[in-house]
Design a protein. Structure first.
Length: 252
């Protein structure tokens, strides 16, 4: 089954608004034409609405990096998925390891966020991935399987089809150490098998599984050419137009 690849930029807490605007302008000017993959940009919340306007009619989709799981209420400083939907956001990242580690988001919390994102009609980019300790102990499959079981395997088959997964080994995020193409492929194949065991072969083959962790222009195309890798979630290297466009060309 052919799956449309996604190349998603996670800006994290970087760039001024003016820098972000220029970056999006440069990316849109350099996109392959025609383009065979989806390009997603996840800026900080406060730039989302303007960047949605800026990218109207362009093949660039805007994502949020995070959301609150509740629809509304006394949650000072938080942003609901309904709010994101109301300004035209299309995707929302959840379960990112930085949110899990620094903001104490558990599998249960991520589960509630996945539900909220799907209910609102946005597409969740659900992140999973193990720490270096867990990999060194050889427990990465068991660990990732549990993240899937506890945060997304409660979904109905129909809801599950609306989800994108990003495998991001924590030891590769922002460290300059990338999983080798073989390591990425091995985990992606494992995730796909695990989905097949739960939801069947057809849904498993249709699920997009992105890789994230120190993707750069010079390693992107090899990673993206692995059979079970359907694109990437790119942090640091998405902050420069030239490098990010090279990464996009590796997938599209
Ligand atoms: P990185 O980040 O590309 O800077 O490693 C990826 C991510 O955290 O999504």
């Amino acid at each position: 089954m052919s799956r449309t690849k996604i190349v998603a930029a996670n800006w994290k807490m970087n760039l001024s608004y003016a820098e972000g605007e220029v970056l999006v302008k440069e990316i849109s000017a350099g996109l392959p034409d025609p383009i065979s993959c989806e390009v997603v940009v996840a800026p900080p919340f406060v730039y989302i609405q303007s960047l949605i306007r800026q990218t109207e009619g362009l093949p660039i989709h805007i994502a949020a990096q995070h959301c609150h799981e509740k629809a509304s209420g006394a949650y000072t400083g938080e942003i609901s998925v309904g709010m994101l939907k109301s300004i035209g956001a299309e995707y929302c990242i959840t379960g990112h390891s930085e949110r899990r580690q620094l903001f104490h988001e558990t599998n249960d919390i991520v589960k509630a966020k996945v539900d909220a994102i799907l209910d609102s009609g946005l597409i969740p980019i659900f992140c999973c991935g193990e720490s270096l300790d867990i990999r060194q102990e050889g427990r990465q499959n068991e660990f990732v399987k549990r993240q899937l079981e506890e945060s997304i395997f409660h979904l109905s088959p129909q809801a599950f089809e609306g989800l994108v997964i990003a495998y991001e080994p924590i030891w590769a995020i922002g460290t300059g150490v990338t999983a080798s193409p073989a390591q990425a492929q091995e985990m992606h194949a494992f995730i796909r098998e695990t989905i097949a065991a739960k939801y069947g072969e057809q849904i498993s083959q249709g699920t997009r599984i992105l890789y994230g962790g120190s993707i750069k222009a010079d390693n992107a195309s090899t990673i993206f050419s692995q059979v079970d890798v359907d694109g990437g979630l790119v942090g640091g290297a998405s902050l420069q137009a030239d490098g990010f466009l090279e990464i996009i060309k590796g997938a599209c």
